[in-house]
Design a protein around this ligand. Structure first.
Ligand SMILES: [Ca+2]
Length: 451
């Protein structure tokens, strides 16, 4: 059942877009979800479990979900002939020196998308509130981070508990277990980012067999959180081998704590540390490694709530959640130290708390107004093998509208006509082979497939 692609292009709202008023800022999950029961239409390879809060793996592609959520999976089949696409474009990928600035350059690009039909195929369900998927490179297991405080491992059967930190995790709203990253040189060591006792904690664990050794917990970093929202949550190892930690501005609204433009505090910043230390080491080429003009851990400033970010081909893609009007993705060289991503001077490409001058600011490569969403869910540049026509596309979504869009070479593409909208997509994730997943607040994990 191959269909032709009908990918339409979203013209970048790179210019202007000072739309909308101050609607309530919405970021990642805002309410609790009780563990869902097993769906009755799921076919599983293993003996189904009956515990109410245990997720299951769906082994039949394109299975039908009947759980009454707003998710759409498998079977989005109405597509029309492919269209060739043209759009305005911008890139911000030219900065190569540290502590310099990048300004969006507007260009026009014509892009033809290969014939591909995309579908979100549900592969697992029943999680409390999944917010991330990952795996070490080349590892066939899949690790699912559940915001209330557990990590599940899928190793050919139903998900099993890999780590349980619920008792030391502050959960609710935007707080909880938010991120996970395996050590790039040792798949038996991993890191989590969770809110514990109300503050951000990055901790290391060792793996014993197919479960984490809870006794191996080693806290690297604790960051005081003055409010319940904007906790960031993403941790990922960069091409430099260092752990990058996305920190929100401390919460509230309007950068009320004045953190966005400060380099001497850890909030509103991207942090970068070497985990192979006690408790960690500050890389010598961090912009404030001497602690004189800023905090040693700070790598970049000007972030509001960088819920998800990703690396690809020497670049970092930071999806920073906007306040009331504009969402954004900023792209910059991962080697560029001391960049300023703009908040709160800019919200996306909109002047928010001026005076505004793009000089010295990394302006977004992609931005869209709140008429199209409310809270960006950043993703990844696809480098897998299942969807060869989409290699190099950076995929992203929005928590409110659930679209699926991609960005490549200055153009953006909207795939939602094919995939349907996923209700409340919380995060993207990659498996060990670069295939792309999406988690939904309703408790499901989807795999992006063709057909
Ligand atoms: Ca920004």
């Amino acid at each position: 059942m191959r269909r032709r692609l009908a990918s339409t292009v979203v013209v970048l709202a790179l210019i202007a877009a000072a739309c909308g008023g101050d609607t309530a800022p919405v970021t990642v999950p805002t309410t609790d979800v009780t563990p869902s029961t097993l769906a009755t239409t799921t076919t599983t390879a293993e003996t189904p479990t009956t515990t109410a809060d245990e997720p299951t793996t769906t082994t039949s592609p394109a299975s039908t979900t009947t759980d009454g959520t707003s998710t759409t999976t498998g079977g989005s089949t109405t597509t029309s002939e492919a269209s060739t696409t043209t759009s305005e474009a911008s890139t911000t990928t030219t900065t190569t020196t540290s502590a310099t600035t990048t300004t969006a350059a507007t260009t026009t690009t014509t892009t033809t998308v290969p014939e591909t039909v995309l579908t979100w195929t549900e592969v697992a369900e029943g999680f409390g509130q999944p917010v991330f998927v990952t795996a070490p490179p080349g590892d066939s297991r899949l690790f699912v981070v559940d915001q209330p405080g557990r990590i599940w491992v899928i190793d050919g059967g139903d998900p099993e508990v890999f780590l349980d930190v619920r008792s030391i995790t502050t959960y609710g709203g935007e707080r909880g277990l938010l991120g996970m990253a395996f050590h790039p040189d040792d798949p038996n060591t991993f890191y989590i980012n969770h809110v514990s006792a109300g503050d951000t904690v990055v901790a290391e664990y060792r793996v014993s067999g197919n479960v984490a050794d809870t006794g191996s917990r080693r806290v690297l970093l604790t960051v005081d959180q003055p409010a319940t929202n904007h906790n960031g949550g993403m941790i990922a190892f960069g091409p430099d081998g260092y752990l990058w930690i996305g920190m929100g501005d401390g919460g509230g609204s309007n950068d009320k704590f004045g953190q966005g433009q400060r380099a001497d505090t850890l909030l509103g910043s991207m942090l970068r540390i070497d985990v192979d230390g006690d408790p960690y080491v500050v890389p010598s080429n961090n912009p404030y490694s001497d602690g004189v003009d800023g905090a040693p851990e700070v790598w970049a400033i000007g972030l509001r709530n960088p819920w998800r970010f990703a690396f690809d081909n020497g670049l970092v893609y930071i999806a920073d959640v906007g306040q009331g009007a504009v969402e954004e993705v900023s792209i910059a060289p991962a080697s560029a130290a001391g960049l300023n991503y703009g908040w709160p001077i800019y919200e996306g490409d909109r002047c928010f708390d001026g005076p505004c001058d793009t000089e010295g600011t990394v302006m977004p490569a992609v931005s869209y107004p709140h008429s199209e969403g409310c809270s960006i869910t950043g993703g990844y540049v696809y480098r897998g093998s299942a969807l060869p026509g989409l290699v190099g596309h950076y995929f992203y979504s929005d928590y409110c509208t659930g679209f699926l869009r991609s960005y490549k070479s200055g153009s953006t593409f909207d795939w939602t006509d094919e995939t349907g909208s996923i209700g409340a997509p919380t995060s993207f994730g990659l498996d060990g082979f670069g295939e792309l997943y999406l988690t939904s607040k309703a408790g499901s994990v989807y795999l992006l497939t063709e057909g």
